[in-house]
Structure formats: C-alpha cells, structure tokens
Design a protein around this ligand. Structure first.
Ligand SMILES: Cc1cc2nc3c(=O)[nH]c(=O)nc-3n(C[C@H](O)[C@H](O)[C@H](O)COP(=O)(O)O)c2cc1C
Length: 319
C-alpha cells in the first residue's frame, strides 16, 4: 500500500471537504490563511473531461498553490482507462494524493453510472481503483463514499473497498437517496472502523457528515475511532473553524469584511475573465453576518454585478 503523506499526519487530522464550485484554489487559500486544515481536496474533476480536447475548461479545478498542501485531487468518471490516464497526469502536476469520488448523489451523474452509483457496481469500482493505483505511481489512492445507494450496505460495501489495499477511506454517513436530508449516521462510520481493524488495519478511516467545529471533531475521533475528520459545510458557519480556537462570533465586523475582500481580490487576481463575478455572491453570506448593518450590507452586495460595484458599496459602508 502506498500511504504517502497520510501516515505522517497527527491524529485526529482534519480535512476540508471537497465542495464543487466552492473549494477552488481561491477558497482553499482563504481557508488556509484563516486557520488551515491538515489536508485539502480539490473539487471533483471528471477524468473524461481532463482526457478530452476540452480539458482547459475542466483543468481550472486542478489549479493550486503551495499554500494548499497537502492537496489531494479528487476525480470521477466512467472508464478505468481514463482514470489511469488522469492519474498519470495528476502525478506530473504535483498532487500529494488522488481520491476517487464514489459518493456524489447528483442525478445526472449517477444516471451515467458514476460516483455513488458505483456502490451498486462493485466490480467496476474495483477496476477503477486498480486503474487509478496503476497510474498513481507512488501517490496514495483513497476513496470517498457513502454507506449505500438506495439502502444501507455498509458492511458489504466497506468490505469490498477495504479489500482493495487503499490508503484511506472517507465515509459520509448517509445513503445516496438520503442526500443531506437526514442526520449523518456516525454509528455506521464506526462499523467501517471495525471492519478495517479486522481486514485492512493500515487503511485510514475518515468520518464525514455534520461536524461543525474542531471540538466536536475531537469528540467524534474518540467516540467513533476514526483517524481523521472531514468538514465541509461547517466552514460556511465559520471560515476560521480549522484554527480551533476562533468562534465566528468573536471576530470583529472588520475582520469579517477584510476576509471577504481578500477572497474577492484573490478571486479576481486568480480567475480574471475565466470565472464570472456572480459565482462570488454565494460567499457573501459566509462573511457578512452577526454585526450591526450586516443584513443591509449583504443585500446591497447581492445586487452588485461586478468588482467595481462591489468595491464602491464597501467604500460607502461605515462601521
Ligand atoms: C456545495 C457542495 C458541493 C460538494 N461537492 C462535492 C465534491 O465535489 N466531491 C465530494 O466528494 N463531495 C462533495 N460534497 C459533499 C461534501 O464533501 C461532504 O461530504 C458533505 O457536505 C457532508 O459533509 P458536511 O456535513 O461536513 O458538509 C459537496 C457538498 C456541498 C455542500
């Protein structure tokens, strides 16, 4: 088994979850500056896309800076051959690890038999892992998945994956059908830890779902026996959360506005015309909350249509 950087991490380690259209290089740098997780993941990236002539539009997802290390590239796709080709490319690009998405529940993707649909197609899942490992050379290969597709299949599915000699397995404690509508079931995560202790003790297990701060993560580490914790939406409530000691409420209005401006400036500098300004709007509510005038400021910012308007609103805003 190639474990790479994973075995060098202190436990529990904390990972910023991959989030499509959120955790691009810009947001990862913002989080790295506010309080860095131990590991970053890219947004999920299509192997078919990366291997196609249109690769330039997809490769935005794989852009990164040295501040985001260790950085794992997350990939998805249909055919083992494309996983092999993509993995070779990811090695050349200098990633620290490769993760296979077997958890995304989005209908148009699972209809193609990809991502969480692989839970019901274990033979293809195995071929994909094999192909990825072949292309990955010395890089560690991991899988992120759920506990079932329509119904729970935790034991059967985790056993299949843990027989593949993978470096790490992230378990999001919900089925595909459950989307994010019910609470994540961490008792199922614990079952996976027990299976790995029996059949693949060197594979690391990461639990995911509904963790909102580091102290909860530390508690879950002890209670469920995982090696690491992955946090996604928690950063929407507190972008400083990986720091461990900073509550959002303790931050001044200026700190919040400054962090937003840093995000917007970096977005413009990084993407120029390659990503549209409106993509940024969903981030405003992360920063502009919990102080006098925040609601009005947020509403005004949501009405802006370019960087110029954004900056003009902030110039007029008096704390
Ligand atoms: C906006 C958004 C985009 C996501 N994109 C991805 C993705 O690209 N790859 C992936 O494996 N999971 C993706 N997820 C799932 C998260 O990584 C994570 O498993 C899920 O949000 C549960 O963790 P949380 O409760 O800490 O947010 C996404 C989730 C959200 C909210």
């Amino acid at each position: 088994m190639k474990s790479g950087f994973w075995t060098e991490l202190k436990k529990p380690f904390f990972i910023l979850a991959p989030m499509e259209d959120v955790t691009d290089t810009v947001f990862r740098q913002i989080i790295a500056g506010a309080g860095s997780p131990d590991v970053f993941f890219t947004e999920f990236t299509s192997c078919e896309g990366i291997c196609s002539p249109g690769r330039d539009s997809v490769s935005k997802r794989l852009r990164f800076t040295e501040n985001e290390r260790p950085l794992v590239a997350q990939i998805w796709g249909k055919t083992p051959e494309k996983y092999l080709e993509t993995s070779k490319l990811l090695v050349e690009m200098g990633f620290d690890g490769i993760d296979i998405n077997m958890g995304c529940p989005v209908t148009k993707i699972v209809k193609q038999g990809c991502c969480s649909a692989l839970i019901d197609n274990p033979s293809l899942a195995i071929e994909i892992i094999e192909a990825t490992k072949e292309g990955a050379g010395d890089l560690p290969v991991s899988v992120k998945t759920r506990i079932g597709y329509k119904s729970r299949k935790t034991e059967e599915w985790a056993t299949t994956l843990l027989q593949q000699d993978i470096a790490l397995l992230t378990i999001h404690g919900r089925t595909t059908k459950e989307m994010s509508k019910v609470d994540a079931d961490w008792d199922e995560v614990k079952k996976v830890v027990e299976i790995k202790n029996r059949i693949s003790p060197d594979t690391l297990i990461v639990g995911n779902g509904d963790v909102v701060n580091i102290s909860q993560g530390n508690e879950y580490y002890k209670r469920y026996g995982v090696d690491g914790i992955m946090i996604g939406r928690g950063v929407f409530s507190n972008p400083w959360l990986f720091n461990g000691n900073i509550e959002f409420e303790d931050k001044s209005p200026k700190d919040k506005i400054d962090l937003m401006c840093k995000h917007v400036d970096l977005f413009e500098a990084t993407w120029g015309d390659n990503k549209n300004y409106p993509i940024l709007k969903k981030f405003f509510k992360i920063y502009i909350r919990g102080f006098e005038g925040a609601n009005e400021l947020r509403v005004s910012l949501m009405d802006t249509s370019d960087f110029e308007e954004f900056r003009s609103i902030l110039r007029q805003f008096k704390l």
